[in-house]
Design a protein around this ligand. Sequence first.
Ligand SMILES: [Zn+2]
Ligand SMILES: [Zn+2]
Length: 449
Amino acid sequence: MTAIETLSLQELLCEEGFACECGKVHKTDLKYIDIGRGVISKLPERVRQLGGTHVQLYADGNTWRAAGEQAAALLEQAGIPCEVYCFPQKRVYADAAPVGQAAMHFTHACDLIVGVGTGTVNDICKIMAGLTGRPYIIVGTAPSMDGFASDTSSMVSDGLKISLPSANAKAIIGDTDILAAAPMEMIGAGLGDILAKYISICEWRISHEINDEYFCPHVAQLVRNSLKKCADNVQGMAERDPDAIASVMEGLVLSGLAMAFAGVTRPASGMEHYFSHLWDMRALEFGWEEHLHGVQVGIGTVQALRVYEELLKVQPDRQKALDAAAAFDIEAWEAHMRTFLGGSADGIIALERREGKFDKQKHAVRLEVILHKWDAICEIIREELPSYDTVVDMLQKLGAKTKPKEIGVDMATAKETFVSTKDIRDKYIGSRLLWDLGILDEFAEKLFE
Ligand SMILES: [Zn+2]
Ligand SMILES: [Zn+2]
């Protein structure tokens, strides 16, 4: 078989996909990736190649100015009619309302959707593409997150942050002249979303070790390669060098592709993302200020690295772990969840009832595996994770934030966020490992005082 991690982005788009030793055929619906200077001019050609004759274009105020106007003009010059809907609100939130707006302003005669933006605009357009069955092209305006090539949309639904299945883009246009002009905060956010992959790959392997969860070494290597490309280009990013920006954009596209290949979010998201998801949920519930996904994820990554550095000093203790699980009070946990997350807690409590991660028997079984494989787990952490200082350094080169308090999260809230990362999805991550070892609260006290 072909080792997918050795292929170029274009080669990875091969239609038949790649039959892998992990048992899956890794393939994507994505047909074209254009990254480079001036590549927005390819938009009309890509529309035609995908059979489009009449375009529905979505943008928001900022992305319209950054590239939307230019995209619409290019289509017009090429004789392709284009209907534009520009979200009127100052900030588009990833909840049901803008999906409704997009649906209500969709022109049914249109046979192709073009999204101009990043983050939420892209997420909403992917949902619209899925619902309407129209092919979709994303014209990126900032290298700020890795959702360009993924087939899920990160949305808040009934108070819970979820990965909603949506549609893949058929073409991604990343014009580096446009991307390099994005606010530095957004470029830093893109780096944050990429550095997160150190944690997600590490936790994917750990869960494979403990729970025998599906894992693909080739997809993991694909992600490590994209990480390296970005880590090597941090200085260039700070200088807005188009080649460095192209590397980041490629890294972001590749990591979305890795998720699509694996069919799970494991290659690209772990505990660090859950810090961000929880802050999003609290923003929605309590009217807190929302921050860019990648900014929050960057901060989450730094926190996760502190946790793992500390974890390497631990000698697991069977009795301590069993005692902590026996003393765990699920009613108190539910009450606490409701105080911390308000209405969003309902979904989390329902999730626990289905999954039963606190079940004492299941815990005892997991614990034996953990104890048996402790050396292998520590080895994975040492292999996958860079030092805390290295990552802080990279983020600070771009002026990106690294501490919760820099986005207005006090230490007490950061501590509760860390403890609650174990609860929001049915995914085995670092905080769950700590809970299994009976040392989660101890870590929270120590690291977030
Ligand atoms: Zn595979
Ligand atoms: Zn992300």
